[in-house]
Design a protein around this ligand. Structure first.
Ligand SMILES: Nc1ncnc2c1ncn2[C@@H]1O[C@H](COP(=O)(O)OP(=O)(O)OP(=O)(O)O)[C@@H](O)[C@H]1O
Ligand SMILES: [Mg+2]
Length: 289
């Protein structure tokens, strides 16, 4: 199982959208997926609309045992192939500053437990961790548990400093707790291709982070909001805008799976070579410039 954390410093830049987009691409590809909703707002849970569960991720983080996991995981409304580790507002209490240590590792323990003895059906190939909008304890516990991390940003004024701080957090967790953690890249969301401001901000990001800025950005499209509102995977939303975005998420998923060469639970996409992961980035573009 490969575990990817989707994070950003700022709220509302598209973490949940990206987490759901990756899960949608995984569903299309036949990759069995668990979406863990670490955000007390519970937006990923709302969009995936699982049936009521007796426990939530807040309980799992307190007690990372199989029995608790079993009660906190349910199938999404999308498909039996995409499950949800359900979020709740009680997570807010676990985001507060306090003594670090064991608790920060509990998500990692829970996911290890899941890997060793799956709770529902066949084992997961992918776990997607939707983080809250801060670098607090919940996001850090996601980074401790993850094989890889994606930073989401909008192409706006503070994008560079935000990405810088998030990358520093990744580096710190890698040095202190999780040497396997790698940054997949900075994914730009809500790009308006004709906006000079957006192109300027992307140039700024590329100047600072080079090829870490993912070559394909997600355009600003109403289809995203429509699909989320209808609790539908973007790959099943029938509009040209949705199809364009679905292709982008296929590329993001491929990049995640390719990054897993040294992951804790090795999982390689079919028919790919190592060289594919490291090509130079020409320029940031949307799939339909
Ligand atoms: N590319 C896009 N085009 C159009 N709307 C988008 C796009 N990306 C995100 N949105 C919309 O913007 C809003 C915020 O997105 P989202 O919930 O994914 O952000 P977030 O970073 O998870 O927010 P939070 O920090 O509150 O968790 C949502 O209503 C979503 O539908
Ligand atoms: Mg969110």
């Amino acid at each position: 199982m490969h575990t990817v954390a989707v994070l950003s410093l700022k709220g509302g830049v598209g973490k949940t959208t990206v987490a759901l987009g990756i899960a949608s691409a995984a569903l299309r590809r036949g990759t069995r997926t668990l979406v863990a909703d670490l955000d007390p707002q519970g937006n990923a849970t709302a969009s995936l609309d699982p049936p009521y569960t007796e426990a939530t991720l807040a309980d799992v983080l307190e007690t990372p045992h199989r029995a608790v996991l079993q009660r906190a995981i349910a199938p999404s409304v999308w498909s039996d192939e995409v499950d949800v580790l359900v979020g709740s507002d009680e997570l807010e209490l676990l985001n507060e500053p306090g003594p670090e240590g064991r608790r920060l590792e509990n998500l990692s323990r829970a996911l290890d437990e899941l890997h060793q003895s799956p709770t529902r059906g066949r084992p997961y190939d992918l776990a997607v961790l939707d983080c809250p909008p801060s670098l607090g304890r919940l996001t850090r516990s996601a980074l401790v548990a993850a094989d890889s991390a994606i930073l989401v940003t909008e192409p706006t004024m503070y994008a560079v400093s935000g990405a810088q701080r998030a990358l520093e957090a990744i580096k710190q967790i890698r040095e202190q707790q999780n040497p396997d953690l790698r940054a997949i890249g900075v994914l730009v969301n809500r790009l308006r291709v004709r906006s000079h401001e957006h192109q300027f901000r992307i140039a700024e990001l590329r100047e600072s982070f080079g090829s870490l800025v993912m070559p394909t950005a997600i355009p600003d499209r109403l289809a995203i909001q429509q699909a989320q509102g209808a609790c539908s995977p973007i790959h099943e939303w029938n509009s040209p805008g949705a199809q364009e975005i679905a292709l982008t998420f296929n590329m993001v998923l491929a990049k995640i799976l390719r990054s897993d060469r040294a992951g804790r639970h090795r999982f390689r996409a079919e028919g790919e070579s190592e060289a594919e992961t490291t090509g130079p980035v020409e320029r940031v573009r949307s799939t339909n410039p």
